[in-house]
Design a protein. Structure first.
Length: 172
């Protein structure tokens, strides 16, 4: 991928543009720049047609801002299986295994996330995402994923073993 394109995606996915704003920038100018980058992100989400761009966006996404943008990318026909699997694990599937249903969670964001994860799991297992070559290894993603057998006594939702498997593993 072109380094400028990769930088642009980092800028919109993880607010990396902020790192290049001079310290003496006024709050008013900073707010204007923020609105400009939000528009760029919106345009990207509306027009992206590259599986590689979608994967990099998901990989670099700043989860502190929620996942509405990722939900939109998951609806894109060019979203790959590896990308959807990355979103599944980074959205916290591990944590939500201690709940049998969304009803066990308090109203609000956690309940919404649980429902999102269960629906994404269904789509992943149903083969609704193409495998276009992107790599993702859940167990190697910053130690975020425990082996399927770990903590079996507290799990009320057993994630299918297929979702623990690496996709298009690389040697690097």
């Amino acid at each position: 991928m072109d380094p400028e394109r990769a930088q642009f995606i980092a800028d919109i996915a993880n607010d990396k543009w902020v790192d290049r704003v001079p310290k003496e920038t006024s709050q008013e100018e900073f707010d204007r720049l923020g609105e400009e980058w939000e528009r760029k992100c919106e345009d990207f989400l509306a027009t992206v047609d590259s599986p590689e761009d979608i994967h990099l966006f998901a990989k670099l996404w700043n989860w502190d801002t929620g996942y509405a943008e990722l939900k939109r990318l998951l609806e894109n026909p060019k979203c790959q299986y590896a990308t959807a699997l990355l979103v599944f694990w980074r959205a916290g599937a591990e944590h939500y295994q201690s709940y049998a249903s969304a009803d066990e969670l308090p109203e609000g964001d956690e309940r919404d996330t649980y429902a999102f994860l269960r629906e994404l799991e269904r789509k992943l297992l149903a083969g609704q995402f193409p495998n276009l070559g992107a790599s993702y290894a859940p167990k190697e993603d910053a130690g975020m994923v425990l082996p399927p057998s770990a903590g079996a006594s507290w799990k009320k939702w057993t994630i299918h073993e297929q979702l623990y498997e690496p996709v298009n593993p690389t040697d690097d």
